[in-house]
Design a protein around this ligand. Structure first.
Ligand SMILES: NC(=O)c1ccc[n+]([C@@H]2O[C@H](COP(=O)([O-])OP(=O)(O)OC[C@H]3O[C@@H](n4cnc5c(N)ncnc54)[C@H](OP(=O)(O)O)[C@@H]3O)[C@@H](O)[C@H]2O)c1
Length: 281
């Protein structure tokens, strides 16, 4: 039995498909608010999962910057509650973190052996979550994802979803070309997790689609895949000031999985093609 928190989100929308052969308890706020320790303990006691897939988080990076208590309460202390419950009920914990824990310069690609230096509140709280899991548990997996892609028209509030929507109404779109990352298609991500947790090799892993790109390069690829006549104009990030600072590079490489010879992730362009094909279906 896998108990999933935050199951109604982008990544959660692929859980039933990928874990189709496993008994699942899918939970989300409010019936399982991870900031409420009693609720977390009562649901983990009720389902007695062998594994908890902890997806619940406040993922709005700019909101985290202005609502600092909310960010730490949800992303750090919520993770603390889930980790304590896993400790008490002897469940394996799967925690999802982010390449945003790094503050890299343009061109830098981070491995699991690089030191995090989170720049904004969201990333600090997510990194605290990692430390909590590592402090409290022996049987855990931490998977750092890159820029998440997924959820389709109903749930994609992130960059790819926004560009697809803008392409419907615009002839030109300005997109920043000085921020680099690693796109991560949620379906590939969960497929990867499903494989890796079967190895019993607990620990921290980077798990993104392979390759690194700028937001600008992703937008160019989206327009190409959609077959639309939209001009993508490269601009500096100064053009769109945001509340939360972003690193020039939060790109990650699945280095441990490469070294183990079990890196299951396709390239970001293949992933984007699969996603665009099924968009809206
Ligand atoms: N999205 C990305 O780019 C990205 C990148 C790297 C890592 N991650 C990590 O991947 C994981 C899954 O993220 P996602 O992309 O699926 O994000 P998402 O679409 O925002 O899903 C998160 C889910 O958690 C729920 N949630 C929020 N607060 C909660 C609480 N207190 N208790 C229980 N559930 C709560 C959300 O509900 P509401 O919608 O009602 O708030 C939502 O259903 C998260 O740990 C995230 O930090 C995401």
């Amino acid at each position: 039995m896998i108990l999933v928190t935050g199951a109604n989100g982008m990544v959660g929308s692929y859980v039933k498909e990928i874990f189709h052969d496993v008994e699942l308890a899918l939970t989300d706020i409010p019936e399982m608010d991870v900031t409420n320790k009693d609720l977390v303990f009562s649901l983990v006691a009720k389902y007695k999962p062998t594994t908890v897939l902890h997806l619940a988080a406040e993922t709005n990076v700019d909101k985290c910057e202005s609502e600092i208590d909310h960010a730490f309460r949800t992303n750090a202390m919520g993770t603390y509650n889930v980790a304590l419950a896993c400790q008490k009920f002897n469940a394996v914990m799967i925690y999802i973190s982010t390449g945003g824990v790094f503050n890299g310069h343009a061109g830098q690609i981070h491995t699991e052996f690089d030191s995090p230096a989170p720049l904004n509140i969201y990333s600090k709280a997510k990194y605290e979550g990692e430390l909590i899991v590592r402090d409290l548990l022996h049987k855990y997996y931490i998977f750092r994802a890159g820029w998440m892609i997924g959820g389709g028209s109903a749930k994609d509030k992130k960059f790819v979803g926004k560009i697809i929507e803008l392409c419907k109404t615009r002839d030109e779109i300005e997109v920043v070309n000085d921020k680099f990352g690693s796109p991560t298609f949620a379906r590939d991500f969960l497929r990867g997790i499903n494989k890796i947790i079967k190895t019993g090799n607990f620990g921290l892993y980077h798990l993104a689609n392979t390759g690194v790109c700028s937001r600008y390069e992703i937008a160019l690829e989206i327009v190409k895949l959609l077959g639309r006549e939209v001009m993508i104009i490269p601009v500096s990030s100064d053009r769109f000031p945001l509340p939360a600072q972003r690193a020039a590079s939060e790109a990650i490489k699945n280095y441990k999985l490469d070294l183990l010879g079990i890196n299951p992730m396709p390239s970001w362009k293949q992933a984007l093609e699969e996603y665009i094909k099924e968009w809206g279906t």
